[in-house]
Design a protein around this ligand. Structure first.
Ligand SMILES: [Zn+2]
Length: 110
């Protein structure tokens, strides 16, 4: 959607321009913001991405993903060598899995 159309839509919803509309509805879900703005929720997502919002939330960085894993004891990847080595977890289950993995490798097992 060309920018002037975004501004037109935003003005109809009572905002100065589309960036103001995105900022004013930033605390709402896409569906709620879509209702306020009178657009579809994929449009809200497009506007937010264009304004530089929500991109980090929608796509966590690798480090954020690792932190989320370590903070969630229920994640099924705990207790694996992958959890210890690649995801950086040092919980007892991952540490034990890593020790086992190293022992097996040292012993020539697979
Ligand atoms: Zn772990």
């Amino acid at each position: 959607m060309p920018r002037y159309d975004r501004d037109e839509v935003a003005r109809r919803a009572g905002f100065g321009d589309w960036r103001e509309a995105v900022a004013a509805t930033a605390g709402l879900s896409q569906q709620e913001a879509a209702r306020v703005l009178g657009v579809s929720h994929p449009t809200v997502r497009t506007w937010r991405a264009a304004a530089g919002q929500s991109v980090a939330v929608a796509r966590p960085t690798a480090e954020q993903a690792r932190e989320a894993f370590r903070a969630d004891p229920g994640d099924e990847r705990h207790g694996s060598a992958n959890g210890y080595r690649n995801l950086g977890c040092r919980c007892p289950a991952c540490t034990a899995a890593w020790s086992r993995y190293r022992r097996e490798r040292a012993a020539g097992g697979s």
